[in-house]
Design a protein around this ligand. Structure first.
Ligand code: XMP
Length: 486
């Protein structure tokens, strides 16, 4: 038995010492960071892979704002792939597989397809999948009643303006403007359709210049996976669908099967970005880094809905866990980032996590009340709330079983639930409107924090960081006190 001499510390145990600052305005600081060695983000925030936090809608909003969303894994791999595809299709100046129709299709069919897929036009492909034209909403809406089929109203290929596959966004914009076009089909050397650029997508990318995007201008997205061997099928499907990063989702990541899974994925997909965790010790970080992780997720039990520490007695206060994790990565001789996962209640907590060595934070409950989180708000005592639940809570376990059991009456009965040992709780959080508003507050706090830390960047904040331990009286003094809040 060993006992550590030093106390484990968490966010509320410390404050950062203000430093002489060269920063004259909060606008002079840079909040960009890396999620993994090959994924940069404008803001250091990821939404958690929890079923009450991140599906496609949240992931789209997160990436548009410059962060990233991690799609949870408590659905079939087909459903998860669909969620990933929704994000990859939400924006991007090139649509790789544009929605299509056939020249013999009726106008009514084309209209239905546009409506169903929420697009303003369809490429028209012949039976050999060659481009023969383009039909837009305007073509079908304004067509005289005697025209009934797509080939009668489409713009045929010979009158279409097309562009080569690798056209730069600025050149595409010029072509769209000069010819007053909305859609620009991209053609390869053989004349085959390889994509489509739309004016709407180009405008969207200009609206969110700091969005987290891949090299095709599509929003980036992460997806969670389990650790069993059969999960390799999910991994393959997610990567094929365009998932930018895989999040190994396991409560105790410093485990043989987690390390093996990192090794297996690394061997099968050398370029894959793998976030491994969760861990809370130097050894855990070191071994996952050595196994080939691209980033390490730190946090055993700090989350607002977590009861792991109470149920098992294990965990490390989050600030100490981050500091130890960073040491472990350095010991492994790797230069990969830490994601601080759980327990972020305020922008100040995020600043402390970053100052301690994390390069981004993962947030669950604080985002669960957003418009973009799965599920609808509930009204309690006249106020709007949304539900959040730990992924190891009883409610989450029941939800998963119910999904599996759909249509299988012989499956486990409800009485079996008293055998579950939950390590998380279910709760409600206030409805907070769009996640962009919460992010605005968090990033505003970070900008101020950088300025107090005498830092223009997160890296400088880490270099300058000096923590001071505080007492319960210090914590009390830090919050608004001796006034009646209105
Ligand atoms: P916050 O504090 O942002 O934390 O809500 C989100 C993180 O909590 C973890 N998580 C759990 N931990 N039991 C746990 O011990 C659970 O049931 C549970 N569900 C989520 C997870 O790391 C998440 O990102």
């Amino acid at each position: 038995m060993k006992i550590r001499k030093h106390n484990g510390l968490t966010f509320d145990d410390v404050l950062l010492l203000p430093k002489r600052s060269p920063v004259r305005s909060r606008n002079d600081v840079e909040t960009s960071t890396r999620l993994t060695p090959s994924i940069n983000m404008h803001i250091p925030v990821a939404s958690a892979n929890m079923d009450t936090v991140t599906e496609a809608k949240m992931a789209i909003a997160m990436a548009q704002a410059g962060g990233i969303g991690m799609i949870h894994r408590f659905m079939t791999s087909e459903q998860q792939v669909k969620e990933v595809r929704k994000v990859k299709r939400a924006r991007g100046f090139i649509v790789e597989r544009p929605r299509s129709t056939a020249p013999e299709a009726t106008i009514a069919e084309a209209m239905k397809s546009m409506e169903q897929h929420g697009v303003g036009g369809l490429v028209v492909l012949d039976e050999w999948q060659r481009l023969v034209g383009l039909v837009t909403e305007r073509d079908v809406m304004l067509a005289p009643a005697d025209l009934t089929h797509v080939h009668q109203v489409m713009t045929p290929t010979e009158r279409l303006i097309t562009a080569p596959r690798h056209i730069a966004p600025a050149d595409a914009q010029k072509l769209l403007y000069e010819h007053r076009l909305e859609k620009l089909p991209l053609i390869d050397d053989q004349g085959e359709l390889v994509g489509l650029i739309t004016g709407r997508d180009l405008i969207k990318s200009r609206k969110n210049p700091h969005a987290t995007v891949d090299d095709k201008g599509r929003l980036r997205v992460g997806a969670a996976i389990g650790v069993s061997e059969i999960e390799m099928t999910r991994v393959e499907a997610l990567l094929a669908a365009g998932a930018d990063v895989l999040v190994l989702d396991i409560a105790h990541g410093h485990a043989d099967h987690c390390i093996d899974m990192v090794t297996t994925i690394r061997q099968a997909f050398p370029a894959a970005q793998i976030i491994a965790g969760n861990i809370a010790t130097r050894e855990g970080a070191k071994e996952l880094a050595e196994a080939g992780a691209s980033a390490i997720k730190v946090g055993i039990g700090p989350g607002s809905i977590c009861t792991t520490r109470i149920v098992t007695g294990f965990g490390v206060p989050q600030l100490t866990a981050i500091i130890d994790g960073a040491e472990g990565i350095a010991e492994a001789g790797k230069n990969i980032p830490i994601i601080a996962d759980g327990g972020i209640k305020t922008s100040g907590d995020m600043v402390k996590a970053l100052a301690a060595g994390a390069e981004s934070v993962m947030i669950g409950s604080l985002f669960a009340g957003s418009e973009e989180s799965p599920g609808s708000p509930v009204i309690r005592d006249g106020q709007k709330f949304k539900v959040v639940r730990g992924m190891a809570s009883l409610g989450a376990a029941i939800g998963r079983k119910e999904a599996e059991r759909e249509g299988d009456e012989s499956a486990e009965s409800a009485e079996d639930w008293d055998k579950v040992i939950p390590e998380g709780v279910e709760a409600v959080v206030p409805y907070r409107g769009h996640v962009r508003e919460t992010l605005h507050q968090l990033v505003g706090g970070l900008r101020s924090g950088l300025s107090y830390g005498g830092a223009h960047t997160i890296a400088e904040l880490q270099e300058n960081a000096e923590f001071i331990k505080i007492t319960a009286a210090g914590v009390r003094e830090s919050h608004s006190h001796d006034v009646k809040r209105i």
